[in-house]
Design a binder for this molecule. Structure first.
Ligand SMILES: [Zn+2]
Length: 142
């Protein structure tokens, strides 16, 4: 039994971490791909920069033109990410406990819940970005 628990309890957090890394990476890469060419919110052409300099180049524009987006993209987002990671950690602990008491179905459910949480986060980010864009369009019309 221990032979099964040890690799499985290692696998789940690594799996969850990999999903989160991927979600964070794709989000960042999406931003990095778009920022050098134009702004993610208003589509305004921004000066070209290397990936490391995008923060410097894109930062002032976002800070002045889209303060709402800027605030969301910096501190509260990191806090939310921590909250989600904490939730996944709890799910993982419960899942391992369920594995120890040999409840495979609940263990799989725990893993699936972690995965769907990561997907939900990805979806939430996309929706948030969309709402910022539509809000920007609204303010342009008025
Ligand atoms: Zn903009």
């Amino acid at each position: 039994m221990v032979i099964v628990i040890a690799p499985m309890s290692m696998f789940l957090p690594v799996f969850a971490y990999a999903i989160f890394r991927r979600t964070a990476m794709t989000g960042r890469q999406r931003l990095e791909r778009q920022i050098p060419a134009s702004c993610v919110i208003c589509g305004e052409t921004l000066p070209k920069a290397t990936l490391l300099e995008t923060g410097k180049v894109q930062g002032p524009h976002c800070e002045t033109v889209h303060p709402d987006f800027w605030r969301w993209a910096s501190i509260p987002r990191k806090r939310m990410m921590l909250a989600v990671l904490f939730t996944v950690l709890i799910i993982w602990v419960v899942a391992v406990y369920e594995l120890i008491i040999s409840n495979y179905l609940l263990f799989i459910a725990g893993g699936a819940l972690s995965a769907s949480l990561a997907l939900a986060w990805n979806l939430f980010e996309k929706r948030k970005l969309k709402s910022f864009r539509s809000h920007w369009r609204m303010t342009l019309k008025s």
